[in-house]
Design a binder for this molecule. Structure first.
Ligand code: PLP
Length: 459
């Protein structure tokens, strides 16, 4: 790929970036002596940086977003056409792409019926929290206002999303938090908290223990990732979800599934929850909805939830008094429609399952070869490898060593991820989430780079 930048442009851009841009989630002190990374172009699975270096991107834009790959002209065209026709109108009115995408989305989500548009995963989750609070206020005399969340899960960056955050390092220094959020234990069997045969059921029962402690009539909802992403790529143990559902139905607690990462194909089904037979009351999604070609998030509810917001049309406070200015941008659903068409026409769900199997098989082979790989986990094209200093004690490797593996892969031209500022002492899981278009060669190149890196870092 030709870089569009000349050497002079690059130094100007780096100088401007270094002087004025505050990057996300990174310590800036090193940028006083080292250039910040600037990405310039992308095509398919690959991106080129300002120095013209090519990278195979195994994390879909760093944070598991660019599911259909870079450089999709048909999405750019769909967005351009829509922007020229009508770029924006507030979400109190509808739009053509908004209506069409909602219809197409609901076709993929049996049991769900309403789509509320906003722009980020955090925001989509906050909408649910507000809906749950309003349902509590209007239909339960204000009692069912508490919201459960799980240790190690993440639901976003705003203060209230962090209040539902189970990653202490993400939360540290940002309190005080919104009251009424209560933590339940994680379900990662590799870091078992109970010595039992039926771990999935036991981990779910731990949720019921919290419910009974708090009082079931005080709890409105539980917010869970179908597969915990940044908290360590945690696939739920067998039996977990069946029991979680049983418990929630018994105590009249609404189920909110955060599909911000898993949604729209990442795990090889349209949604992660669809692997586990879950019947959610709320589903939120963001990253893969338009693969980062436009900012869009969706809060999807059942009709039963929706109905509770129009019970008394004469009451000025009865409806959902919420707005997201940019939830009215038509570029989001226009991009999302084309993104969905690509996934269907190119058979990307099937490819995700096939390439996910290949990735897992390759990771298992790495585990056979490198004692430092303690466990590999994953669903579809969202996989993780937990690195341990000692397989028998499962002591995590030092964080800087896990990061050294990432740096070594980067030097080889392969971008992988690692759990980052999530749980102190446990930022030791390599994360892989290549675009759903990955080929066998791409997968082998990714795991080949990790193989080399593990060999060097743990020589
Ligand atoms: C599971 C999950 N939920 C919510 C969010 C927040 O999304 P956003 O950064 O778009 O606000 C993230 C971000 O990584 C996430 O991983």
């Amino acid at each position: 790929m030709d870089s569009t930048l000349h050497q002079n442009d690059i130094s100007d851009i780096i100088a401007a970036d270094r002087a004025h841009v505050w990057h996300h989630l990174i310590q800036h002190k090193p940028f006083e002596t080292v250039d910040p990374r600037i990405m310039v172009e992308g095509k398919g699975m690959r991106v080129w940086d300002a120095a013209g270096k090519e990278h195979l991107d195994a994390v879909s834009g760093g944070v598991w977003t660019v599911n259909v790959g870079y450089g999709r002209e048909s999405i750019a065209d769909a967005v351009r056409d829509q922007l020229i026709k009508l770029n924006y109108f507030a979400g109190s009115a509808g739009s053509i792409p908004g209506a069409r995408f909602a219809q197409r989305l609901i076709e993929k989500m049996p049991g769900m019926s309403r789509v509320y548009y906003s722009n980020s995963g955090s925001e989509a989750n906050e909408k649910v929290f507000k809906m749950v609070r309003q349902i509590s206020a209007r239909h339960h005399g204000g009692r069912k206002s508490k919201i459960l969340y799980r240790e190690r899960d993440y639901h976003g960056t705003t203060i209230t999303a962090l209040s539902a955050g189970g990653q202490p390092q993400r939360n540290a220094l940002y309190g005080p938090f919104t009251p009424g959020f209560v933590e339940v234990p994680h379900c990662l069997e590799y870091r078992a908290q109970w010595d039992v045969a039926d771990y999935g059921r036991r981990a779910a029962d731990a949720i019921e223990e919290v419910i009974l402690r708090e009082g079931p009539d005080t709890i409105g909802a539980i917010c869970l990732e179908p597969v915990t992403a940044g908290g360590g790529v945690i696939t739920p143990p067998d039996g977990y979800w069946d029991r979680v559902q049983e418990i929630c139905r018994k105590h009249n607690i609404l189920i909110h599934i955060d599909e911000v990462v898993c949604g729209v194909g990442r795990t090889g089904e349209w949604f992660g929850y669809q692997h586990y037979g879950i019947k959610p009351d709320f589903v939120t999604m963001a990253k893969g909805v338009a693969s980062g070609y436009a900012a869009i998030s969706c809060t999807v509810t059942t009709e039963a939830v929706f109905e509770q917001f129009k019970d008394d049309a004469a009451d000025p406070l009865s409806y959902f008094r919420d707005i997201s200015t940019f939830g009215g941008c038509t570029s989001g659903p226009a991009a999302a429609l084309e993104n969905m068409r690509i996934i269907e026409d190119e058979g990307l769900l099937a490819n995700t399952l096939a390439m996910g199997d290949r990735l897992m098989a390759n990771l298992h082979a790495l585990m056979d070869k490198h004692a430092v790989v303690g466990e590999v986990r994953g669903k579809g094209l969202f996989c993780g490898a937990e690195l341990v200093a000692d397989r028998s004690t499962r002591e995590p490797v030092a964080e800087k060593l896990a990061q050294a593996v990432v740096a070594d892969c980067m030097a080889q031209g392969v971008i992988i991820g690692v759990t980052n500022r999530s749980i102190a002492g446990f930022n030791n899981t390599l994360c892989l989430s290549p675009a759903l278009i990955a080929t066998p060669d791409d997968i082998d190149q990714i795991t080949g780079a990790i193989d080399g890196a593990l060999g060097r870092v743990f020589a």
